[in-house]
Each structure stands twice: as C-alpha cells, then as structure tokens.
Design a protein around this ligand. Structure first.
Ligand code: NAD
Length: 499
C-alpha cells in the first residue's frame, strides 16, 4: 500500500500523527493509498518554516516572482498528461475533464505572471509642499488554503498562484480524498524556481484545519467546499482576526424560455448536469422550463440524450461521458436522495438506480437520473445532491421561474436559455446569483475576471482569482513623505490640511 506524504520545507515528509485516511480509486472501489492526517504539532512546524522563508520571498522583486510563474506554466504543460492521469485515478473524472481541471488552474497562473503590473501602487506627486503620497500593496505573510475534492488542481492553483505571486508563503490543506495532484503541483513549483518553504502541502482533516484557524501567524484563510464547513471556517477564522474567504455549495438553476433553441438547451443541460458526474459547484442541477409546452418539449429531448450517456472508468479514454463519484459514501448519499425524491412524489423519468457496470461492480458509479415535476418543498430541490441527478421544476411564467432561482438559499451560478434579448437582460440584471450565463450553461469566469457566488454559496468580501485575488492576498500601506526645503518652521500641532 502506497503511503502518501506531506510536502514540507521542500521535501516529501512522512506523517507522524499516526492517523491516516484511505484514498480510493473510485472506478474500482479499491484503496490505492493512505494519506497522513496532520496534527497541530506538525502544522505548527510547517507554519514556522513558512514564516521564516516568507520574508526573503517577499523581498524578491515582483518580476522575478512572475518568472517563477512563467516557468511553472511551462512545467504544467509538460506534465499535463501525467497530472491528468493522477487526478482521474483518485477523483474518477474522465481524462479530458481532468486536463481541463489543470488547464483552468494554469490560466490563473498565467494571469499571475502580470504580478508586476497588478501590484503597482498609487502615487500622488506634490500632494503638498515637498510632500508626496504613495501606496504600496504588500504581502500578508503566511496564508493558508483548504480545498475540496472536486477540483484538486484548479482550486489549489486559484489560491496559491496569486498568494505566492504577491510575495506570501502558502500552506495548502487539500482534500484528503485526492491529495496526489496537489503534492505534484508543489514539486513542480519548486522545479520552476520557487524557494523551499514558500509552498507547503499538509494533508489532514478537521484537526489540521483547526490548527490553521487558531494559529496567530496565519494571516488569511481561503476555503472552498460545502456550505456548513464554509460557515464554520468563516466564523472561527474571522473571530481569530484572520482575513477569510469561503466558497460553499450550490444549486444552480437553468431557465429555459419557450423561444429557446430546444436542442441547444437540451445539449447544454446534458453537459452541465451530468459532466463530472454532477460533482461541480457550477453544475446545473435544476432545469426550469417556462410553460407546460416548453417543459414537454424539453423533457422529450432530454430523455434519449440521458439514456445514451456513457458512464465508465477514465481508463476508457474519450469514450466516456462521466466517471464514478468520489466515494461509496457519496454514492449512497446520492441514491438516498433519489429514493427521497420518489417517496416525496417527483416523477423519475430516467431511473439510474439499477446502473451496473460490468467488470467494475465495486466502483462508485451512479447511473444518470432525471426527475420531472419536482416541487420546491422536496428534499431533492432544496439540497445539493452533487451527483448525476437533474431535476425539472415546471414554471408557468418567467416571473415564477426567476423567483425559484431568487428564493433558493444558494446563489453560485445560473443560466437562461432564450432568443429574447430583453428577457436575457432582465434576468442578468435582477437575479441574485453571482455568476450568470446567457445561453451558456456553466458560466465559470475566465482567470482575469473573478469567481464567486452569492447568498449561502459565499462568505466574505472578495472573489477568487482576477483582480480580487491581488486584493485578498495583499494589504495596502500608504506613505506620506515630506522632504522640506528652505527654512524649517518648527513643530506643527494641528491636524493639517494640504496647502
Ligand atoms: P467538504 O466541505 O467536505 O471539504 C472541503 C474541505 O474541508 C476539505 O479539505 C476537507 O478536508 C475539509 N473539511 C471537511 N470537514 C471539515 C470539518 N468538519 N472541519 C474542518 N474542515 C473540514 O467539501 P467536498 O466534499 O470536498 O467538496 C464538495 C463541496 O464543495 C460541494 O458542496 C461543492 O458545491 C463545493 N464547492 C464549491 C465551490 C465554489 O466555488 N463555491 C467550488 C467547488 C466545490
């Protein structure tokens, strides 16, 4: 059995807590490795290393820091296939989807190459006689990130690339379910020229997270994962005086107007609802067709497409639409929610409950499901299922449809499919959701924009990546400097306005 490590001070280090978690191959159900779970002492040692090394890293000029990012991009491209394979093996997603996971993180690294420009401060020449005023964006110090299982490459890179480009040291506590890729990323960063101790990966669970939240030296905490944990981390981190941003769960609605191109809408729903087995925070899990006739046409187009989905292991290459879910517990949770949906009266139009993949009977595969006539009081509507289950909620009018999305507690992503520009503009303007697609089902912003939901999908002020990341990972210092000329006037005792 392979024993994974932490990555501390530039080296792979074995865990010393004596506690481990199993890492599965979700396609076969086999335990393929065990990962150490760090305790507070191990975390304290890591924080000490980070704190010591960060000072000299912050003193490296931004252009040189950016060059490390440039080289890192090259190395990510060089190792793309290797990273994607390791990612698929632990997560279960298909190889092209795993490469996409790496690619969307890589694009944030590319954005961070602009650090010299993004870190430029402001300057006012001659704010008063002999007085100049300028602001600097300085690194915070030691930052930490806690990431989910579903994007083990992209989300760590969303956090550590801007943090490091800004001159911070970063401690990553990745998901214990798929920790190998984060470890590989840390190695690649050092190969790219990052000094030891600036990126460290500490595997663990709640104990490691609490050690981060309670340690005085940690200046900021980024979290992505489920909403209950996001709320917990936000509360505890903030009350300990840290800068915290937490991104939580989702229930993304797609509204289909009667004038939409129904084939386009159905194709979009298939990809957005079932891609990555529905294990995406930007997955569409609720389709809201407007009008009975629209709903009938949509369901008619969805059923054959869903029934034709190819579910299988990543080793089948491009011949698979989606793979297994991440653990047996995730599978059980999804199937329990499906049973609840049936018991509460939703119409199960495509029933994936008896899905069985020959040769992979112990894998965590879940067949695709489509529920029709779902109502807002049902558990399958209210809860995040995080599996290949699409719910159709029929709305009589556009107002009713937008109301469903507005009233739901989550507000990560949403979409509208229509040919009517007026409806699209109205939707984009009124909806209380952070990321909106117009005829685009998964509107994940590119690296130079920012990513973040609203309502219970986000806790904090600043979004991820784009310009917000450079605000989150720096603090501003404003200097007023005076170089007086001529005769000195003696002390001044009043709070001065500039002449
Ligand atoms: P999770 O909340 O179970 O775990 C996320 C991280 O928190 C992991 O590193 C885990 O070790 C840690 N953790 C778990 N329990 C903890 C506890 N009690 N105390 C402290 N730390 C704890 O989430 P997950 O299952 O890995 O990921 C799926 C969830 O993430 C979904 O809800 C999904 O919507 C969400 N997600 C959100 C976004 C977003 O940007 N909003 C992106 C991706 C995933």
């Amino acid at each position: 059995m392979q024993e994974l490590t932490h990555y501390i001070g530039g080296a792979h280090v074995k865990g010393t807590s004596g506690r481990f978690a199993d890492v599965y191959n979700p396609a076969t159900g086999e335990v393929q490795a065990k990962v150490p779970l760090a305790n507070a002492d191990e975390m304290a040692q890591v924080i000490e290393i980070a704190s010591k090394e960060q000072v000299s890293w912050a003193a490296v000029n931004p252009q040189r820091r950016a060059r490390v990012m440039m080289k890192f991009v090259d190395l990510l491209n060089r190792d793309m296939d290797k990273l994607a394979e390791a990612l698929s093996r632990e997560h279960g997603k298909t190889l092209p989807d795993a490469a996409g996971d790496v690619q969307r993180g890589l694009e944030v690294v590319e954005y961070c190459i602009g650090a010299p420009q993004l870190l430029k401060g402001e300057f006012t020449d001659a704010a008063g006689p002999g007085i100049d005023m300028y602001s600097m964006k300085q690194a915070l110090g030691v930052c930490a990130g806690i990431t989910p299982f579903n994007f083990p490459a992209m989300i760590p890179m969303w956090m550590f690339a801007p943090a490091i480009a800004c001159g911070n040291a970063f401690i990553l506590k990745p998901s214990e379910r798929d920790p190998s890729v984060p470890l590989m990323l840390a190695e690649l960063l050092e190969e790219a020229g990052l000094p030891k101790g600036i990126i460290q990966v500490v595997n663990g669970d709640k104990e490691a997270v609490d050690a981060i939240l309670d340690h005085d030296v940690i200046q900021s905490v980024g979290f992505v994962g489920s909403t209950p944990i996001a709320e917990y981390i936000y509360g505890r981190g903030c009350s300990n005086g840290k800068r915290v941003q937490c991104f939580g769960g989702a229930k993304n609605h797609m509204i289909i107007m009667p004038d939409a191109d129904m084939d386009q809408a159905a194709d979009a729903l298939i990809g957005a609802g079932f891609g990555a087995a529905g294990e995406r925070c930007m997955a569409i899990s609720v389709a809201v067709p407007v009008g009975e006739e629209t709903a009938d046409r949509l369901v008619e187009k969805l059923v054959p497409r869903i029934e034709a989905l190819k579910v299988g292991p990543y080793t089948s290459g491009k011949d698979v639409d989606y793979g297994p879910v991440v653990t047996a517990a995730a599978k059980e949770n999804i199937l329990n929610l499906v049973e609840t949906g049936v018991a509460q009266g939703a119409e199960l139009v495509v029933d994936g409950r008896n899905f069985n993949l020959q040769g992979y009977e112990d894998g965590f595969f879940v067949g695709p499901h489509l529920f029709d006539r779902v109502t807002t009081d049902m558990d399958i509507y209210q809860k995040e299922i995080f599996g290949p289950v699409l719910s159709c909620v029929r709305a009589k009018t556009y107002e009713e449809a937008i109301g469903y999305a507005m009233d739901h507690e989550y507000g990560n992503g949403t979409a509208i499919f229509t040919r009517d520009g007026d409806a699209a503009r109205d939707f984009a303007s009124r909806i209380n959701v952070g990321m909106v697609g117009i005829n685009v089902p998964i509107p994940v912003p590119l690296a130079y924009h920012t990513f973040g939901g609203w309502k219970k999908s986000m806790f904090g002020d600043l979004n991820q990546h784009g310009p917000d990341a450079f605000k989150f990972y720096t603090r501003t210092k404003t200097v007023t400097s005076r170089w007086p000329s001529g005769i000195k006037e003696g002390g001044e005792f009043n709070f001065k306005a500039m002449d």
